[in-house]
Design a protein around this ligand. Structure first.
Ligand code: DHB
Ligand code: FE
Length: 278
């Protein structure tokens, strides 16, 4: 059976892509963010995951407002990245693992999740930046399964539903007949709002409580409605639902290997965590 080794979470601001391109990792603006990843690199060098399930939200590259699935899963042999208009370099195609994707899709549909299955899927910065951040020199997982959660266009799925989705995906992966080592990745957040009267909104106390809850009490976020969450973390901060689903996909307890939190990167409270399956 496949082995779920743990979870990785990170924010995914497009400007990070430009900072990587320009090699600004040690610049005073950027180092409090990039330095947070060194312990993750050490952990990953030991753990050597083969496959990553990437929970993220598409921002209009693959899905647009005309067709926005609540949950969608890639089942392709390869995922192309493309220009989203942010001016960040596109990355070469990332390999998929259709066998695992279809295994997850079967399990989810059997368990009454009405997902969209994508045999073609463009992946945007939310899926590609975590790979660049956690494996800056390449050598990352051989393949990914992208899982899109709509955090962009209302109505959004409740936190409780994202928890359930993550748990169901974790069950499916744990039953996959493979000796692969699988890591769950959650991309997005933490608190930020890019538009409207509250543009620039950040909520450090909530972000830190949320990060703590992923270790101590993953169900904590389920007490908030989507409107409550938007109030707490901003219209784009709800991207933290991807962290929640990724954490839920790691069965049982986790040990926090490392966490970092830094305000701001662009308009965003930028966080990252490394959670090892206990
Ligand atoms: C920013 C944050 C995001 O999550 C995103 O998708 C795009 C931009 C920002 O802070 O600039
Ligand atoms: Fe985003």
């Amino acid at each position: 059976m496949a082995r779920i080794i743990g979870g990785l979470t990170t924010s995914h601001v497009p400007a990070i892509g430009r900072a990587i391109e320009k090699e600004l990792q040690s610049d005073p603006y950027w180092s409090p963010f990039f330095d947070g990843f060194a312990p993750a690199h050490r952990w990953l060098a030991e753990q050597q995951p083969d496959v990553a399930v990437v929970f993220y939200n598409d921002h209009g590259l693959n899905f647009f407002l005309d067709k926005m699935p609540t949950f969608a899963i890639g089942a392709a042999a390869e995922y192309q990245n493309a220009d989203e208009g942010w001016g960040i370099p596109t990355v070469p195609p990332v390999a998929g693992v259709p066998e695992l994707s279809w295994h997850i899709v079967d399990h989810l549909v059997e368990n009454e999740f009405d997902i969209v299955t994508c045999q073609e899927m463009l992946v945007d910065h939310a899926a590609t930046l975590p790979l660049k951040l956690f494996w800056p020199n390449g050598g990352g997982p051989k393949a990914i399964v992208p899982v899109h959660i709509n955090t962009v266009q209302f109505p959004l799925p409740r936190a409780s539903r994202c928890l359930a989705l993550g748990r169901a995906i974790g069950e499916a992966v744990a039953r996959w007949q493979s000796d692969a080592r699988v890591v769950m990745i959650g991309s997005g957040g933490l608190s930020h709002q890019l538009d409207g009267e509250r543009a620039g909104f950040i909520n450090k106390p909530f972000d830190l409580a949320f990060m703590r809850s992923l270790v101590e009490d993953p169900d904590w976020t389920a007490r908030y409605s989507i409107r409550d969450l938007v109030e707490q973390v901003g219209t784009q901060g709800v991207e933290l639902l991807n962290w929640l689903a990724a954490r839920a996909a790691v069965p049982g307890a986790v040990r926090q290997v490392h966490a970092n939190y830094h305000i701001p990167i662009s308009n965003t409270a930028a966080g990252m965590m490394v959670l090892e399956a206990a």
